[in-house]
Design a protein around this ligand. Structure first.
Ligand SMILES: C=C(O[C@H]1C=CC=C(C(=O)O)[C@@H]1O)C(=O)O
Length: 477
C-alpha cells in the first residue's frame, strides 16, 4: 500500500471564531515526541543534504495544504489542521491571543522536550488592515515536525478523547510520497496579468501620495501593488516553498493558510523574556551578472545605500515606530546602529533591536503593539493608513501583516508577510494564479519610476519560484 500524500485523508478542521473560542474553548490533546537522529536534516534552505536525509521542506514535496516556518533549514513544517481560529476587525490580534490562551488552558499535552516550538503551537497569518475582508487566523496543524540544533521532533494534535496517530503512521507521512510528482521546472513562462493597479496606475498612486505628503498629510507612506501570476503547469505549495527556501535560506520561508513567501523582516521573536526584532526599510536593487561583478556591485550598492539621505530618513521612521511601540512593554529595549543587509535580490538598511519584556507580555501582545510599523504603513500611522486605503486601490489581505507562530506560554516568532503571495485554495495552476505582492516606502523625494522598479525587485523571490526566469523578470532599473 502506498502512503497517502501527507495532506490527504485528513478530516476537515473545526473552524471557530476567536471570540467564541475564548468564551467556550475547544479541548485539544497534543503529544510531542523526539524523532530519531538523521530522519530530518538541516539542509541550507530546508532541502535535502549530502547525507540524503530530507530537509524540513522536502517533507512537503507534492503537498498543497501545508504550514511552514523554516530558516536556514531549521524551524517547523506541518500539515492537516486540528483547529482553525478566525478573527476580523480592529481587535483581531487580541481576539486571537485570548482564544489561543483559552484553548491552551483547556487542553492537555505531553511534551518531554520543552524547547521553543515543542508542545502546543499555532501558526498565524494576520490581515494588514482592520477593514480587510480576509480572515486573520491561527492554525493548529495535526502534524507538526520541528528541527532545531538539538534535533527533530513531531507534535500531533487531536480533539480531546481522540487517539493520537501512532508515531509509525505519522512517520510514514513524513516520507515524501512516492506518488508525488518530482519538482521539475516547466520550460514555459507563467501567465502574468496586472492585479489591482497597472504599472501606470501605480505611478499615479505614487504621484498622488507625494502630492498629499507635500501638503503635510504624512511624512512617509508605504504603497504596494500586486500581480496575478499563473504557472504554466500546476505547482504544489510544498515545491514552491522548497524553491523559496533554497534561493533565500536566510529568510523565513513561511506558509500559513495559503500565504506563502520568504520574508527577511523579523517583527519580533520572544524567547523567555528576551525579544529580538529586525527593522528593514530603505532598499537598493541588485542586478544580475557574473560572481565577481556581483560582489563589486554589492559593495557599491551598500555604500550608496548607507549614504542615501532618502533611504536613511525612510529607515529612521520605521526604526522609530518599532522602538516607540516596544518601549512601553519592555523593561529595557536597545537598538543598534543601522547596517546593510544583503539578500539575493536587494539590499536593505537594517536595525537590530533587543529587549526584555516587562511582566508576562507574550509574543502576540508585542505583535499587536508593533503592527503596523512604518516599514509597511508609514508615519504618522493613522494618516498613512488612510492614504493607503484611499490610493492603493486594493485589499492587502494578509500581505504586510504579521505571520508566525505562538506556543503554549505565549512565546514565538513573527515576521512581516513580505516577498510573498496569496495562493488560491488548492495551490497555483494554469488558470489559478497566485497574487504576488511588492511594496515600498514613498518619501517626498522618491523617484516614482525607481519605486515601481523596487516593487518588482521585491516580487522576484516569488516570481522566480513561480517559474519566471531572469529574462521575463526584466532587469530592475
Ligand atoms: C513593503 C515592503 O518592504 C518593506 C521592507 C523593507 C524595505 C522597504 C522599503 O525600502 O521600502 C519596505 O519598507 C515589501 O517588500 O513589500
Amino acid at each position: 500500500m502506498t502512503a497517502p500524500l501527507p495532506d490527504q485523508g485528513l478530516d476537515p478542521a473545526p473552524t471557530l471564531s476567536a471570540p467564541r473560542a475564548a468564551a467556550s474553548p475547544p479541548r485539544l490533546s497534543f503529544r510531542t515526541v523526539a524523532l530519531p537522529d538523521g530522519l530530518v536534516a538541516a539542509g541550507a534552505g530546508g532541502a535535502a543534504t549530502a547525507e540524503n536525509a530530507p530537509g524540513l521542506l522536502d517533507l512537503l514535496t507534492g503537498c498543497a495544504d501545508v504550514v511552514s516556518w523554516v530558516r536556514r533549514g531549521r524551524g517547523l513544517v506541518g500539515w492537516g489542521c486540528a483547529l482553525r481560529l478566525e478573527a476580523r476587525g480592529p481587535d483581531r490580534i487580541e481576539d486571537l491571543r485570548s482564544a489561543w490562551r483559552a484553548t491552551v488552558y483547556a487542553s492537555w499535552w505531553r511534551d518531554a522536550l520543552v524547547r521553543p516550538g515543542t508542545g502546543p503551537v499555532a501558526l498565524g497569518a494576520i490581515a494588514f488592515s482592520p477593514d480587510s475582508a480576509a480572515a486573520s487566523v491561527l492554525i493548529v496543524p495535526r502534524f507538526l515536525v520541528g528541527l532545531d540544533a538539538a534535533g527533530a521532533w513531531l507534535t500531533t494534535a487531536v480533539a480531546e478523547g481522540e487517539e493520537h496517530p501512532e508515531v509509525a503512521e505519522a512517520l510514514s507521512r513524513l516520507r515524501p510520497s512516492a506518488s508525488a510528482r518530482p519538482d521539475v521546472a516547466s520550460p514555459d513562462a507563467p501567465m502574468v496579468s496586472p492585479g489591482s493597479l497597472s504599472e501606470a496606475d501605480y505611478l499615479d498612486a505614487v504621484a498622488e501620495t507625494q502630492r498629499r505628503m507635500a501638503v503635510g498629510e504624512a511624512r512617509k507612506v508605504v504603497l504596494a501593488r500586486d500581480l496575478l501570476v499563473a504557472p504554466a503547469a500546476p505547482l504544489a505549495t510544498g515545491d514552491l516553498l522548497r524553491r523559496l527556501g533554497t534561493a533565500y535560506p536566510s529568510c523565513w520561508t513561511f506558509a500559513v493558510d495559503s500565504m506563502v513567501g520568504a520574508s527577511p523582516e523579523l517583527l519580533v521573536r520572544l524567547e523567555g523574556r528576551r525579544l529580538v526584532s529586525r527593522v528593514l526599510a530603505g532598499t537598493a536593487r541588485r542586478h544580475s551578472g557574473d560572481a565577481a561583478s556581483r560582489e563589486r556591485e554589492v559593495d557599491r550598492l551598500a555604500r550608496w545605500l548607507a549614504a542615501s539621505s532618502k533611504n536613511r530618513a525612510e529607515h529612521e521612521l520605521a526604526r522609530d515606530s518599532a522602538l516607540s511601540a516596544l518601549e512601553p512593554l519592555c523593561s529595557v529595549v536597545r537598538a543598534r546602529e543601522p547596517r546593510v543587509l544583503t539578500l539575493p535580490n536587494v539590499l536593505h538598511l537594517a536595525t537590530d533591536i533587543t529587549g526584555v519584556v516587562a511582566g508576562d507580555t507574550g509574543a502576540l501582545s508585542l505583535v499587536r503593539a508593533l503592527h503596523p510599523t512604518a516599514a509597511v504603513c508609514g508615519t504618522p500611522t493613522a494618516a498613512a493608513a488612510r492614504i493607503i486605503a484611499e490610493v492603493e486601490g486594493m485589499d492587502r489581505g494578509r500581505y504586510a501583516g504579521p505571520v508566525g507562530w505562538v506556543d503554549w506560554h505565549g512565546e514565538g516568532e513573527w515576521c512581516i508577510a513580505l516577498r510573498c503571495a496569496a495562493l488560491p485554495p488548492g495551490g497555483v495552476a494554469p488558470g489559478a494564479p497566485a497574487r504576488v505582492f511588492g511594496g515600498g516606502g514613498i518619501m517626498p523625494d522618491s523617484v516614482p519610476s525607481d519605486e515601481l522598479a523596487e516593487t518588482t525587485a521585491k516580487m522576484r523571490p516569488v516570481l522566480a519560484a513561480l517559474g519566471m526566469n531572469g529574462k521575463s523578470l526584466g532587469t530592475p532599473r
